[in-house]
Design a protein around this ligand. Structure first.
Ligand code: NAP
Length: 487
């Protein structure tokens, strides 16, 4: 480094969700204070701000679903509610005094790389020019509205599950829910005792892994408070359990997969008494091909007298309700579209234009490919958290983001220390990496014959096809031979 001068850098962090807050904390820790977090909404929290539907909880254990450096003795249950997780992120942002660095209600509409810096349009004419962009825009944040004829004709209240309308009273109403993903499966048990009737419109059945969710006792919380090492031990144990069981099963470990299959089949057999209903709830694809749903209370809820599983298929929506293909009209007061998210747009609709006018839409026109999930050739000093092929699914996305950020910080350091002004992955290693991903995907359960949000327009899962350890290892240190460093 002799003779090189470190240079101060200005950063933009896009998004004030879990990853954006993390990036701000870690930038400061590394001595970088010149940054702004741009957030399009008026509150931080990302997915935990957007989703407020009844029954919302996280199916990654509370003591694992937290920043590694911010344990929380107060989690009330093994698996936390959405509100508790939102409060956690707000608490961490407050503790680290992050909120003053967030520009709320400011959406970055365009980021263009010109003369070695990123020029950002903020939509309000003000803009910003920065050296480094950290794109923390999340994955599941663009709701998908179903393409069902007559959706706009419905006379009652209708909304997407991620835009829950809390002004609509549920007591005594007839409610329809479209979809059977993790979201719908959490909503049904949470509302079934409040509404007059719930109709669940199922297009595809789901495997359901049983998941008890006991409360932590006061004594347990006190033990966590008084012995912080206990929280670390719990975190490490949960981490190991996830890595060695679920994370292995989905990428080809037959023994672990057999255990998952047994648990799901047994759950269905033991908890759904009626053979006809059981048949309709039985998927025709392999366990965990779609993102596995976890619940202890869905099967009891769907068997209640005021709940109905509708499998006839939706013909159209009318003013009075949903008409199914068998000609029946399901009269409804409220219709919830638990129809999921577009998981492949990443930072878009923001326009991103890299070197030589190359846009991200052009770079990703055939496939959404990145170098090791964090960067794209032609887009120097632009880094993504939870980008394409991150090992998302049923693992703590916080741990993933932390690993990616520590990798990105090593690249940022090269710019900061004056080793280069611009850094981006080379095309050839990026291609090699993506070829390896594609070939490894063949051994995963995600391509075993089902439709899911994991698959992109070409049918390739945007996931990590190897054990989690490999991701953790590859995120330890960048291989600089794979990067282009411009002075
Ligand atoms: P999802 O898993 O993508 O499920 C969407 C559902 O809507 C599917 O059942 C789909 O049917 C159905 N659907 C879509 N369009 C339809 C149409 N035109 N007609 C009929 N049905 C239609 O979405 P999600 O449940 O919101 O979950 C998304 C992801 O968010 C989860 O997989 C998970 O990663 C995350 N999440 C996590 C938790 C948690 O506890 N950690 C909770 C909620 C969500 P098909 O299956 O036939 O396509």
């Amino acid at each position: 480094m002799a003779g090189r001068k470190s240079r101060p850098l200005r950063f933009a962090i896009i998004g004030a969700g879990m990853s954006g807050i993390l990036a701000a904390i870690k930038l400061r820790e590394a001595g970088h204070h010149d940054f702004t977090i741009y957030e399009k909404a008026d509150r931080l929290g990302g997915t935990w701000r957007d989703n407020t539907y009844p029954g919302l909880s996280c199916d990654v254990p509370s003591h694992l679903y937290r920043y590694s450096f911010e344990p929380n003795a107060e989690w009330s249950r093994w698996f936390s509610s959405g509100a508790e997780i939102q409060a956690y992120f707000e608490g961490v942002a407050k503790k680290y005094d992050i909120e003053s660095d967030i520009r709320f209600q400011t959406e970055i509409t365009r980021a263009e790389f010109k003369n070695g810096r990123w020029h950002l349009d903020t939509g309000d004419g003000e803009g910003d020019v920065v050296d480094i962009v950290i794109c923390a825009t999340g994955v599941l944040h663009r709701p998908v509205m179903p393409d069902i004829a007559g959706l706009e004709d419905f006379a009652g209240a209708s909304f997407h599950s991620a835009r829950w309308n809390h002004d609509v009273a549920l007591e005594g109403v007839r409610i329809g829910i479209v979809g059977t993903g993790s979201t719908a499966i959490q909503i049904v048990p949470a509302i079934v005792d409040r509404v007059a009737q719930v109709s669940l419109f199922q297009r595809t059945a789901q495997w359901v892994l049983p998941l008890p969710n006991p409360a932590y006792s006061d004594a347990e919380k006190e033990a966590f408070r008084s012995t912080p090492d206990l929280m670390q031990e719990t975190y490490d144990q949960l981490d190991q359990r996830f890595r060695n069981t679920f994370a292995r099963a989905v990428v080809g470990d037959r023994e672990q997969m057999a255990k998952l299959e047994t648990m799901c089949r047994q759950n269905l057999r033991e908890n759904v008494k009626d053979a006809r209903l059981r048949g309709r709830l039985t998927p025709d694809y392999r366990v965990a091909c779609k993102r596995l749903v976890m619940s202890d209370d869905f099967y009891p809820a769907i068997q209640k007298p005021n709940a109905e599983l509708v499998t006839a298929g939706i013909e159209c929506i009318e003013a009075a309700g949903v008409r199914t293909r068998d000609g029946r009209l399901h009269e409804l007061d409220v219709l919830v579209l638990a129809t999921g998210f577009d998981a492949h747009s990443f930072m878009r609709p923001m326009q991103v234009v890299g070197r030589d006018g190359l846009s991200i839409d052009q770079a990703w026109s055939e496939a959404t490919e990145a170098y090791r999930s964090v960067a794209v050739p032609g887009f120097p000093n632009f880094f993504m958290l939870v980008g394409p092929n991150s090992p998302i699914g049923n693992f703590s996305v916080i741990m993933i983001s932390e690993l990616q950020l520590s990798y990105v910080m090593q690249l940022v350091d090269l710019v900061h220390q004056g080793r280069c002004r611009e850094i981006a992955p080379k095309m050839e290693p990026t291609r090699r990496f993506n070829d390896a991903i594609k070939s490894a995907m063949k051994g995963t359960v995600w391509v075993s014959g089902c439709k899911s949000w994991y698959l992109d327009q070409s049918g390739n899962p945007a996931l990590w096809p190897w054990p989690f350890e490999r991701f953790a290892e590859e995120m330890q240190r960048p291989d600089l031979d794979d990067f282009e460093l411009l002075a």
